[in-house]
Design a protein around this ligand. Sequence first.
Ligand SMILES: Cc1cc2nc3c(=O)[nH]c(=O)nc-3n(C[C@H](O)[C@H](O)[C@H](O)COP(=O)(O)OP(=O)(O)OC[C@H]3O[C@@H](n4cnc5c(N)ncnc54)[C@H](O)[C@@H]3O)c2cc1C
Length: 543
Amino acid sequence: MTDSSEIAIIGSGFAGSLLARVLTVLGYDVVLLERGMHPRFAIGESSTPLANLSLERIGTRYGLDDCYDLAAHGRWMKHYPELRRGLKRGFTYYRHHPHTEFENRGLDSERLLVAASPDDSISDTHWLRADVDHHFVREAVAAGVDYRDRVDVKAAEFSSARVRLRCVREGRGFELRAGFVIDASGPGGFLARQLSVSSGLDKTQTRAGLVFSHFDGVRLMQDLVPGLPEGPYPEDWAAVHHIIDEGWMYSLRFDHGTTSAGFLLTPRGQSGLQHLASDPATLWGALLDRYPTIARAFDDAVPTMPIVFHPLIQHRLTQAVGERWAMMPHAYAFVDPLFSTGIAWSLRAVERLALCFEAAKKSPGIPDVAVLDRYAAALSAEADQIDTIVAGAYESMAHFDLFASQTMLYFAAVSFAEASQRLIPVDDVAWKGFLGVGDPILEPLPAAALARLRAITRSNGETGTVQERQAFAHWMSDAIADRNIAGLADLRRNNLYSIDFDALVDGHNLLGLTRADVIDALPRLRGNTLLTMADPTPIVAGP
Ligand SMILES: Cc1cc2nc3c(=O)[nH]c(=O)nc-3n(C[C@H](O)[C@H](O)[C@H](O)COP(=O)(O)OP(=O)(O)OC[C@H]3O[C@@H](n4cnc5c(N)ncnc54)[C@H](O)[C@@H]3O)c2cc1C
């Protein structure tokens, strides 16, 4: 049996499904192949303002109302209450020390809160991926995508005219011919294996293992450590990070009570735990035993699925595109959950590839290699940038003050990008570099910060002197000053950063806008309505 389609997409995570749907809306004939079946568990759950901006733009440009509705917690609740999600008001960090309860030292507590939204209604969300990915697949099917699950793609053969995919479904083989293949198979790396694309991991810096699961019955930090000074949002309704000697833990609470949690363990952090690697539940218990406040949070917690351990989660390839093929970011590279970059980066790639195909639709039909090279160059530079920022963050975990300073680099880059994208409409916004890539001020900063941090920690986890840590904080404050529209790196704020519209107005000139421009935009910013499109009429009508 032989079928054919213009585009074959391998992997139906949200990235593959959304891109399949957009390309169908553009008039392409798309087949979407999935090895498993929905609903299915997937990791990578915490969205960000930049992810939501991409989702809004995709929704607006291609007439996909659900994308727009799912880009803010309030709209999501109104239109899709059945899709499980969690309120994410910001990024919360605590530093824990072995065998010591987290200490409430008032404003001097080792705690950092950075708000990502001014209120619940326009807040980000944690995506329960089983529900969200299933939704996007259903919508893809409704749009006309030829979706086939339980398909094992055995081989891909490329010729100058087409690609032949040899597949098996329920024991029956079939062949599929396509004009172009997009690998959205995540770390499964389908095309990497087929095309023998070599690994580029040795040129990257971040290394971590992960032990994780979903749990019911996790207690809130606000109950475990009562009386902490009030922050800009309820601190548990956030991407909660617990920094520990061995690395860090994420804890993402969904509105229905389940919590996604995992410990990221550095190689040094793992070294004393090797003997537990074969038993993830025991490894999990051993980590909890070292950190009493986290342990209390999980006292009554019950895993809703087995606890899993992966000794190394990073991967990176040396090539992301070729003639008749391209990879989505998660197939090409993954750095770390720290700073929740994955969803935003993947959605940006959906936008970019959609624009490539939009331009190619009439002729030559599929994007040529020169166009794809632009996509690949962006992915490569951005993967390096994410890696360097995250590697710096791991280095800085030696001391919470260093860590809090290093996070300012990430928050400066994303808040500047968010404000620019909302306030200054430009046609090629999807091609703007992620995390400061292409920005002469932001692009070099992660490498400079990492070098400074390594000098302080001696690349050996040393905490440095008070003077060294203060000097790093001052350096960071100066380094981000020209992009700091959010009042970041300000010691007077005691690590509690709200959404500061006054700072945004004061920073108008950093954005190249007048004070009046920004003041005019404030009501719309507070309402989080899309400002990037002067005319919200879809460029391409929905199906
Ligand atoms: C531990 C961890 C934590 C993360 N946390 C965050 C976070 O907090 N925030 C964030 O933004 N990002 C996070 N990420 C990144 C996030 O998971 C990814 O960006 C996201 O999953 C990418 O989605 P995707 O659709 O490209 O791929 P995936 O979600 O990986 O989906 C790939 C799909 O392809 C299918 N597949 C695989 N192989 C084949 C094959 N051979 N044939 C057919 N189908 C195949 C799979 O079954 C799956 O359905 C995290 C990642 C990890 C590893």
